[in-house]
Ligand binder design. Sequence first.
Ligand code: DC
Length: 232
Amino acid sequence: MQVPDIIIAIDGYSSTGKSTFAKLIAKEFDFLYLDSGALYRGVTLFALENGMITDGDRIDLERLIPALDGLDIHFESGSKTYMGSRCIEDTIRTLAVSGSVSPIAAVPEVRAYVDRRLREFGRQGRIVMDGRDIGTTVFPDAQLKIFMVADDQVRAQRRYDEMVSKGETPDFQDVLANLKERDRIDSTREVSPLRQAEDAFVMDNSDMSLHEEVVWIRGLIQGRFGILETRW
Ligand code: DC
């Protein structure tokens, strides 16, 4: 299916499967996938490793904010996250980073840093980007916006399985609590809170298979851009 050079913005709650869906779209339509949460996670890792976060959410802004200017977090080899020459793709997914990322993402200067980077990456078009405020703040003019939701237990189970598959030994209740706490902080922060863009299409994938998700997006794109299906 020939999809025009558009920006597809995918927003939604934690662990609703945004990145899995975005990667599927990238593969299906030959788009570049960019994970905006990875940049917030990268900044969080940097702050943790440099002792700028204490007690889980006390952030040393006097040191962090000036350091952002020289902080090089970018994507390489497809969509792998790097800090300078170091691949941080796995490290940024640990519970330590997940536990501190929401307060970091609530800092206006951090959001300005990440937004600037995302817009640079997005200049080339033909990208699918996932996050919390892509359709509302980063690319309010994105031609296709999707807002993803799913049941809490389903989401926690997905995150739990993902961590176990990476050799971690998480506690399910901790994972569920972390997820709910992040939803709360992400939805109530002052700058760019998580919310559905008015022109976003909602997908509840609690009971959807990946194949059904692909069928859903193909139908949506066809309807939206009037494309005739040639292959099914
Ligand atoms: O999608 P994720 O779980 O990797 O995102 C990590 C955190 O980053 C999440 O708790 C909220 C924040 N985030 C954000 O505030 N805005 C975005 N566009 C993407 C992520």
